[in-house]
Design a protein around this ligand. Sequence first.
Ligand SMILES: [Zn+2]
Ligand SMILES: [Zn+2]
Length: 620
Amino acid sequence: MATYDPSTFESRWRAAWERSGCDRAPDLPRGPKFFNYDSGPFPTGPLHMGHVRTYALGDVTARYQRLRGKCVLYCTEWDAFGQPNELAALREGQSPRAFTQRWIGTMKRQLQELGVSYDWSRVRSTCDPEYYQTTQWLFLDLLERGLIEQRETDLAWCARCATALSGFQVERERCWRCRRRVETRRLKQWFVRIGDYAERLRKGIDRLEGWSPSIRQQLQGIMRASAGRVDGERGWLISRQRSWGTPIPIVHCEACRAVPVPESALPVRLPEDLDWSVGAGALAAHPDFVRTRCPRCDGPARRETDTLDCFFDDVWCQLSCLLPVGPHPDFRAARVRAWLPVDCFHSGFDTAAYLHLHRFLGAVLAESGELDDPELIRGHFGHEMVLARGRKMSKHLGNAVSPSEILRRRGADPLRVGILWASRPHKAVDFRPQIIDRAERLLSSVHALYSLAAEMRLDRSPATPSPTPPSRSALELKRRALRSAERIGGFIEGYRPHAAIAELNGLVGQMERFALPRLSTSRLSTADRGLLRETLEAFAVLLCPFAPHLAEEAWHLLGNASLVVHQRWPEPHAPARAPRTDRRLVPLLPREPVGCTSSVLPEASRSRTSARRRDSGSAR
Ligand SMILES: [Zn+2]
Ligand SMILES: [Zn+2]
């Protein structure tokens, strides 16, 4: 019997998903929709374990909702502009653009290897002109609404990063990126008057029923703070004295003072040829960028050389995968209205400030009727970080464990299941190799069971109906699978993936106790064979959100030509118009096609699958 070796099948199933287009979302949802969004990473290096945790959690929700028949849009963005990327690039002596593009390429490949099922055609990068054109439009729109102003005031300043920082980016009086103690400087800067919306944002917190209590508490804390200190009554500081960012669409003229760039002249492009040896002031040192004409009087003028903070770039990120690329974002477009709000937004527990800003934008756009509902995010799933030997895992501390090494040597599914099973999401995971070992043992048992089933030709349906009824133990196994389906669904919806995997583990034990002695001695009645096969099919579907590659392989070992990602979650109750048979014999898996995706494999892939099925005896 073949041993469990993910390297022999994981990439094959990813290619099959790609061909089937199962991760692509239509522009308008067909049937009930589910908009699932992961907060995007800073592309400053390869994937780390914290990323694996974030994106595995997001992917479980997306895959589960597809199996529940929802039309799923699952997306993220590359948080590519701003202080984190610029500093990391300059530290390595590279241009931020080349550095960022290199790491976007690496991270995308790693996320694909992990099996994260984004609709990649919609994933944008905040540093692309077609993205930051809308960021600049948003700046001008808020300016026109009187919600952006330029003021001179005392601000937090990081001397090492050579930039002013907003209150959201100062942690215990230290810079959020380099940890240097901040100083106070008096500077003229751009602010968003977010305090104007404090009262309505505070009142709205009660409506955020689908958010983790901890994040809601933090939002309350931010509201209290913004009533008194931080940038609060002064607003949200959005300009930075750095050059790797969205250029602020403002021109300074002697006669007209600060003049907004007309919408028709967007985007104001960040030059490709900045001299990064200058450091923070590279943009101000680029004469062709700085020298311009005033849009109002056509006199000589100077462009604003501060850039927008990366939190500003990101404040509309979940809209970026819905809006058509263009100069004037149409928030009232049918597809925006059909997909909003985000049904589940995934981000760390340390992102409350960032979520507060998203709520601000929603409130502004809803006020002018551009959005129907001020809350852009209906559900939020927060999680804690990954530690190593009790300390935050980081390259800087030298204790980072590389997911790419585990992906290569152990496979994607053991990594996903290991990190998800290790702890409830709201607790930190202390990473140990045993986490992966335990997941591998579970997945090896699953693989062995399906390999045995394939050897015993469980993939073949009996030619004649069973003359004898199924045994009590076979019926009990099927009932257990149904109970598990209901429990696992509840655990996923309640953000308890660790409990869902524990339930899968228990079900594997019961399947083994029933199947191993009977399959290995061929002591199975026709009716019991049928029930065992149904249970194994149902289990493959239950496994799919967590270990999608092995689920697909298991489904295939049962001789199925379709993909498991196109199946339906086992129903806990018989359908209303069940055939006139014993309810206990109603099939576990509903047969309708799933959600908005095709339920059939492309013809070429189907014939390949059939060929493998025919060869199964010799292949294994
Ligand atoms: Zn700093
Ligand atoms: Zn002028």
